[in-house]
Design a protein around this ligand. Structure first.
Ligand code: G6P
Length: 362
């Protein structure tokens, strides 16, 4: 719909698209609901997922980061092993495939050439493919056996925001419905928990002043920044660091909390910003231990935690959402912090240098 692609009163598409995330999350719940109010996915797709002995997720950029989180949903709930691959690597260095693989292509645009190259290869091998995309009728959608739509509305800013959270929401629904199809039930009501996520996103989108202050405090003059997290927080950190480098040109890297000390800690100087995510109870102590290691070397820590896990020096506390869905909420402050960092540094937020919205060359 045309109103979806107007900027309205927003200074940038990126900010508008960040703000649309609660609405998109709610729209996805509605689109994947049956008359009884339960979540549903086309039976053919559920059967294809449940017939697979292994799922291969293929994607690039932000969509790859969504795939990493999606792997957790599918493995934890549907109990199917999942591998996540960068499209451009997979096509030249194909791993040994299982006997009955299913390929899931995640692509906002549905046009990424690196992903399409893999799709062509695996179709030649006779394998089935599902594309999760925002664009109906896109190349990856037409050429795959099945499609699930993100229903996020057109995403105009080069840096992907609402498509990422939409990918996570759709992957969570697919994983849950696949689990139900196998006679497994989740320990929680996904529809309800996604609704809570949407509300949390709304609260987060109302905290822009706080995000701007964090960006100013940590990122206005720095040369580099590191994101650390463990478990799914690590994956969210990868996405946060990609957002930051894409639009602010700060050299930003995401690391697994325990990995920084195996080399990169050598880069920590007085005042180096470390954005640490601590939303997962089972790794809370260990990530906080990692923060202490870098603080001892002079780093300036910005700890983002979740209600219930907060400690005295934490910089930002996310509203409580289901732990396994925390990436959908935790990414929102990272998107906003990147946005304001780019703004403060005078960068072209919606059209960063050297980047294209969809990359149709290999
Ligand atoms: C480009 C964009 C990224 C995006 C990636 C994958 O590099 O600049 O923002 O994440 O392509 O795009 P896709 O449309 O396949 O999700």
């Amino acid at each position: 719909d045309a109103s979806d692609i107007e900027k309205g009163t927003y200074p940038h598409y990126m900010l508008k698209e960040i703000d649309e995330q609660p609405l998109v999350t709610r729209r996805i719940i509605e689109k994947y609901r049956n008359e009884d109010g339960g979540l549903t996915v086309d039976a053919e797709i559920v059967n294809a997922v449940n017939a697979a002995d292994r799922i291969y997720i293929i994607a690039a950029g932000t969509s790859y980061h969504a795939g990493l989180v999606g792997k957790q949903f599918i493995e934890n709930w549907a109990k199917i092993p999942v591998e996540v691959h960068i499209a451009s690597e997979f096509s030249y260095n194909m791993p040994l495939l299982s006997d009955n693989p299913l390929f899931i292509f995640i692509s906002q645009s549905g046009e990424t050439a690196d992903s399409r190259a893999v799709l062509v290869q695996i179709k030649e091998l006779g394998h089935k493919a599902l594309t999760i995309t925002n664009v109906q009728g896109s190349t990856l959608s037409r050429e795959a056996d099945y499609t699930l739509l993100l229903h996020a509305g057109p995403e105009i800013a080069v840096a992907s925001t609402k498509a990422y959270t939409a990918q996570l929401a759709v992957l969570s629904i697919l994983a849950a419905v696949a689990a139900y199809g196998k006679g497994r039930s989740l320990e929680f009501d996904l529809t309800k928990e996604l609704g809570i996520v949407a509300n949390a996103m709304e609260v987060l989108c109302d905290q822009k002043e706080e995000m701007e202050a964090i960006a100013r405090e940590y990122l206005s003059t720095t040369r580099n920044a590191f994101f650390i997290g463990r478990s799914v927080d690590y994956y969210v950190g990868l996405e946060g660091s990609l957002k930051l480098k894409e639009i602010s040109y700060i050299q930003a890297e995401g690391f697994a909390g325990g990995e920084l000390k195996h080399g990169t800690i050598a880069l920590i100087e007085n005042g180096t910003p470390i954005i640490a995510l601590a939303t997962q109870e089972h790794v809370n102590l260990s990530i906080r231990g990692n923060v202490k290691e870098v603080v001892a070397r002079g780093a300036n820590p910005c700890i983002i935690t979740m209600k219930g896990l907060e400690e005295e020096d934490d910089r930002f506390v996310l509203p409580s959402v289901h732990e396994q869905l925390s990436p959908l909420a935790a990414v929102v402050p990272l998107q906003l912090i990147s946005y304001y960092a780019a703004l403060h540094r005078g960068c072209d937020v919606d059209k960063p240098r050297n980047l294209a919205k969809s990359v149709t060359v290999e």
